[in-house]
Design a protein around this ligand. Structure first.
Ligand code: URA
Length: 191
């Protein structure tokens, strides 16, 4: 698909999200569909928008977003060439999104992924793993690893909000991103 067609499709999905009655039952504020390149090689997946995101409609612009965006830049990726989103598209009414909410919201996410066709999906923490792997993953044991599932490649690391709380997690998140960078370079050498 041409990049301009992908952009149109993503805009159409964003409209679906904005009009989704079920999403609105669990959430509040502006819809936060995601942002970045419609043909991104890497897609970063979080949990759910926070207050700042719900005010502006942009993903990852609060404290954890600043950390995520700075680590993305540190491994030489440009924000405009990746895609940043979350499985849940609205600020949840009560803290962590419910399983029911995640399983519903991922329907929108799946459509976005089918359009973007990223080579690697970076799962930032538990909710991202639940949304796309359908199971709980022990991030402390599995971070920094890739796995293939349903024809897609996933890379596991922690959520930046967790890294902000625990200094050791911040260090290991940076190390994970170095590994991610190496994976992306291997591909560039082959092609
Ligand atoms: N945390 C997330 O998981 N997603 C956002 O968009 C913002 C914070």
């Amino acid at each position: 698909m041409k990049k301009s067609d992908r952009e149109k499709e993503l805009a159409r999905i964003a409209e679906e999200i904005a009009g989704c009655r079920l999403c609105r039952e669990w959430g509040t504020g502006e819809p936060v569909p995601g942002e970045g390149s419609a043909k991104a090689e890497v897609l970063f997946l979080g949990e759910a928008p926070g207050r700042q995101e719900a005010k502006t409609g942009r993903p990852f612009i609060g404290r954890s977003g600043k950390l995520l965006r700075s680590i993305i830049a540190d491994i030489g990726l440009k924000e405009e060439e990746v895609y940043i989103t979350s499985p849940v598209k609205y600020l949840p009414l009560r803290g962590t999104p419910s399983r029911e909410n995640v399983l519903h919201s991922r329907e929108h996410l799946m459509k976005q992924i089918a359009v973007i066709e990223p080579r690697i999906i970076v799962l930032l923490g538990n909710t991202a793993c639940l949304a796309l792997l359908d199971r709980k993953v022990e991030i402390t044991k599995n971070h920094g690893t890739t796995l293939q599932d349903g024809g897609r490649i996933f890379f596991i690391t922690c959520h930046p909000a967790y890294a902000l709380r625990f200094p050791a997690a911040k260090i290991s998140m940076r190390e994970d991103f170095e590994k991610l960078s190496a994976l992306l370079h291997i591909k560039q050498k082959i092609t």
